[in-house]
Design a protein around this ligand. Structure first.
Ligand SMILES: [Zn+2]
Length: 235
């Protein structure tokens, strides 16, 4: 295999490696689509949990009980008043009735506020549940779509791996091992070219002997500064 052929081979491998990165990124993006939906679902489930806890905390049953008990107490006081014979007793009862009426008004306001708040929370929970039903369906549809896209991307990736493997096998072992070592350091751009007497990637100026060795394609040369494989201006 000539140096020219080796270089062409390496350029193709570099291209395949870049494609590989694109496919891997596409797979990650597909997975993110599902994660985003799962996050939305988790947020709605949390919202339902928080609102349910708020309903429990409102304790509407207790508010209703307190209101009815106070109503009954007030009713009893008023009955006592109708039976009161002494003025002092009548005055005391009137004072208590006044206090109880004030308290009853507070309990009544609280009770109705609780009813309104519970209705509002229940309506919100119903909306969240409706949203969840929709998101479950969307998640199922998107999961199928994502699974099919990932399968296709994985199959393309496999094709890239196979092609890279056969290209590497065609190379002389010393060149393929050098290339693999440099690729570890620079996974997407292990190859550079010479431009105006300098390495195009690290921009360092090279001496004319090195430039001429690369241009003549007599041997595989690497940049003395960044260690990338050097391509001549025309291959
Ligand atoms: Zn360089």
């Amino acid at each position: 295999m000539t140096i020219q052929e080796c270089l062409q081979n390496l350029v193709e491998i570099q291209y395949l490696k870049r494609e590989e990165q694109k496919f891997l990124l596409a797979i990650t993006n597909e997975e993110k689509r599902i994660c985003a939906l799962k996050d939305q679902r988790a947020a709605k489930e949390k919202e339902i949990e928080t609102k349910t806890q708020r309903i429990e905390k409102l304790n509407l049953t207790l508010a209703e009980k307190n209101y009815h008990e106070k109503t009954l107490e007030l009713k009893t006081l008023r009955e006592h008043l109708t039976r009161a014979v002494r003025v002092e007793e009548e005055t005391l009862l009137n004072k208590s009735i006044q206090e109880f009426t004030g308290k009853l008004h507070e309990l009544e306001t609280h009770f109705f506020e609780c009813i309104e708040e519970e209705e509002r929370l229940n309506a919100d929970i119903a909306l969240c549940k409706e949203f969840l039903l929709g998101i479950v369906e969307t998640e199922q549809e998107i999961s199928r779509d994502v699974a099919s896209n990932i399968e296709e991307l994985n199959s393309k990736l496999q094709g890239l791996f196979n092609r890279q493997k056969s290209l590497l096998q065609m190379l002389p072992p010393d060149i393929s091992s050098r290339f693999l070592a440099i690729s570890k350091k620079f996974p997407t751009n292990p190859i550079s070219s010479i431009h105006n007497g300098a390495c195009k990637t690290c921009m360092m100026k090279m001496n004319s002997t090195m430039v001429s060795q690369v241009e003549q394609k007599m041997s595989l040369e690497t940049c003395p500064f960044c260690d990338r494989i050097l391509l001549p201006s025309h291959i």
